[in-house]
Design a protein around this ligand. Sequence first.
Ligand SMILES: [Mg+2]
Length: 407
Amino acid sequence: MKRRYIVHIDIDAFFAAVEELLDPSLKGKPVIVGGLPQERGVASTASYEARKYGVHSGMSLRKAYQLCPMGIFIRGNYQIYQAFSEKFFRILSSYTPDVEQASLDEAYLDLTRCRPLYASFSKIVRQIKHRVEKELGLMVSAGVGSNKLLAKLATNKAKPGGLFEVKQGEEIEFLKTLSIESLPGIGLKTQAILRMLNVHKIGDLWGFPRSSLRSLFGLDGEEIYLQSRGIDSRPVATPSVPKSISRETTFLEDIWDQRLLLAHLAYLCDRVALSLRKGSFFAHIIEVKVRYADFRTETRRRLLIMPLQEMGEIYMVARELFLQLASSSRLSLRLIGVRASDLTRTRALSLFEPYSERKERLGIAMDQVREKYGFGALLTAREKMLESIYTFDKERGFVLKTASLTK
Ligand SMILES: [Mg+2]
């Protein structure tokens, strides 16, 4: 099998680190996120300071309090963590489409496919790590290896804040001295049995033939045999990309006013862009569809070399396509639609990075306001025009106020 280049990247003490970012006075203090000391439930994250007292994630809050009574206990705000997480994955997706979300703050990247794009593999990994840290203000650890298991173990070694690569040919040396509980396939019960057999390090497992591990632990034994040798063929599982994203509106009455149609087009582009952003997709094809008063339907599409996500850019293309249609016939429309297709998860190597990033941030800020107050709370100037004619309906989008204004 061809050598794979897998990166595991993980934000250190994620929830606690976000809390420290929001309230710098918490820095350097034992922070425990998950609930208050007298509450039921478990700690979801403990800062490194709290870990010194033996507190770790998954521990009951009561136990955490016993170990660390001076700890600062915080219930936490999942929505804020989610926003950080989305930003984290947006950055990762700009380097490769092959990103697997292992948890809110943890990801696997398969850089095998895009390795030829980058001159130096370790340099690009360092760059990814640096960019996440700079843009999120959070410390991350990263591990590199030829599969997911080795990459994850490398991250564990790199924590906190480091970067570790298990180089080709050094796998055995790397695994040898790690303790057996570092292998994900080994649970507490298995650990206890292995300890009785005087097995403490991964290297100690190598003396056991496959068949003995199998008879001792069944299928788990098989897994332990492979893991202890650093063998892991699991692919980096990327979520599926939809074929296309489209939005269209059928008017209650046919519309011929071109300004109004363009305003509507802008609104549809805005909706499409919102969905693209949500899925971290970029579109290579933008298509505009119109249906005339006599039910004839026409479409125009454009294939883009640089895929788009941002609403203003999508609108520029859609507008041009719409005007091509408009010039070819007298327009009185009953339907207008916008479709984005040939979707990818990455914009690859963009020369316009700083420019598009700024727009992306604007888009994200708009999403946040709209999530809270509804889509109609924030409209572009072009969409604003629609307000005089339409009312905004949460379910249906823009709904015509009066019929008399059209035609
Ligand atoms: Mg983490």
